[in-house]
Design a protein around this ligand. Sequence first.
Ligand SMILES: N[C@@H](CCC(=O)N[C@@H](CS)C(=O)NCC(=O)O)C(=O)O
Length: 270
Amino acid sequence: MTKTKLRIFSYEPNPRIFKSTITARICDIPIEVRGAKPKELKNWLWDFDARPMNEDDLKDQKKHIQEAKAGYQGELYKTEAFLSAHPYGTVPAAFSPDGAIGVFESNSIMRAVARLDKSNSGLYGHDPYSASRIDGFLDTALLFARESQVYLLALMADKLNEKVYYDTERALTNWLSGIESALTNNDFICGDALTLADICFCCELLLLQSEYQWSESITEIGGNLLSSTEIEVRFPRSLNHYKKLSERTDFAPDIKNHQAKIKSGQKIYD
Ligand SMILES: N[C@@H](CCC(=O)N[C@@H](CS)C(=O)NCC(=O)O)C(=O)O
């Protein structure tokens, strides 16, 4: 059996995990993803050996109860080992195969997969300069990702307000203006080949589309879907790039299925 090179624990489906699964598919790196729907993770033990707990386990593991901090409400069961590997106590949470090293933040989990690549794929650049340029795009994506997380969590909690909506819109505009400019004379964000910058871009835009599930709440505050046709007009190269990436055989297994669920009106997060 092929040995897993990285274990990821997360709520599912999570487009931010697709950053790693797409990278692993391209580089042929065996990784393991375990998790369940966001609500179900409340009854999981958050650990390197993350697992669902039955009634008896829940009593036994009481010592691990922690107040949720970000996104979750109430209590979560996080072991000391989990908190030592993951000082922010969040998911997605990745681990080295022996569980000794925790890797957090979805962009860095994706970077870990790319660093394990021995195939010279160039996904993480070919030299310190090209790799750092990719990092720049990942960092700017994170600025947007921070706002989109606040936005989606507000929608989920039925607490969207104008401030959250317009902060996210501004962050989206700023992020896409750089992508649009980078794509002016290039087929990919960092030049003529696919890199982590494209993978991150595609997955973050897909995550934003989860907003479809709460269209009514957005209309109620006088807004429009942020990922709607309006951005196709303002950022045509970016949206065209997104569509082309989604169709690729190495992206489609994650992206297409998720897009189909969103478009069919299925509730991704309930
Ligand atoms: N930027 C982080 C966000 C991680 C994050 O905030 N995760 C939340 C769920 S959305 C969490 O694990 N919360 C645990 C808690 O509430 O204690 C990433 O993409 O990895």
